[in-house]
Design a protein around this ligand. Sequence first.
Ligand code: R5P
Length: 311
Amino acid sequence: MALTLIAGTAHPALAAHVAVRLGVDLVPVSHERFPDGEQHVALRRSVRGEDVYIVQPMSSPVDERLMELLLLADAARRAGASRVTAVAPYLGYARQDRRKAAGEPISARVVGGLLQAAGVDRLVTIEPHSTTLEAMYPIPVLMLTAVPALTEALRASIPPDAVVVSPDLGAVRLAERYGAALGLPVAVVRKQRVSGSEVRVQAVAGDVAGRHALIVDDMITTGGTIEASVSALIQARAVPPFLVAATHAVLVGPAEERLGAPHIGRVWVTDTLAPRFTRLPAQMVEAGPLLAEAIKRLHAEAALDDLEART
Ligand code: R5P
């Protein structure tokens, strides 16, 4: 069974990088937009009997990326692919993994069901918002971690007295993985989300006074969480400038301005999403090598434990 790669339109450069590392050509795909806005895709070569991987991070506009991924999966399935794997390094709707109030859906679960219905056999993603995702998806989910790649990139810039800071309770496990990799203690900011773009900090738990800090998160969206964490750290007498590392640079709205604030030093992100910024002083860490290695091992049915984000 041949290994076959298909690129959605969300991040062609990342798909091309993975294709080069795997030594395969991308399947030619035609994309068309109907006058009413509907997407139309068509695979331009046969994938019959092949082990197909579709690379499509769910960047903004998320629903369009998701729909295109569903259409590509259905196309591959109907063209006789033996196995279809969705490779969505950044997974949309993953934050909506529980009902916070009556009347809400569990959107992450809905997306899992859609992927399965379109013929996706399994999903590969990087640092999803929560590892509970695995339990709510009806298909197997391989959750990779970019922490080793990020810590390798930033290690030399971390002062020995630094503390790793989780900007909320949800990122504590992630912060612990950074802490373990860098040999640093972990502190936690308790935040309360006021709206989609505003957060309020309640307290900092842990010893940060007089220390430098590396704030880590799975994603930076509007930058509100990082901004609020910086204020909390200053109040708690940590030493700026603070370093920041995040896997997914979603970066919408005021993110670029917020991350350019004077108390923020270097920022490291990966290229799971196509870069949206021009001025941000961010160091980009490639996600392609991790994705290529995971796809290679999945295709070979080899072990992946050392690449996975389990907690
Ligand atoms: C939410 O809990 C996530 O882990 C991130 O902290 C959040 O998505 C960041 O969003 P923003 O940058 O808009 O504060």
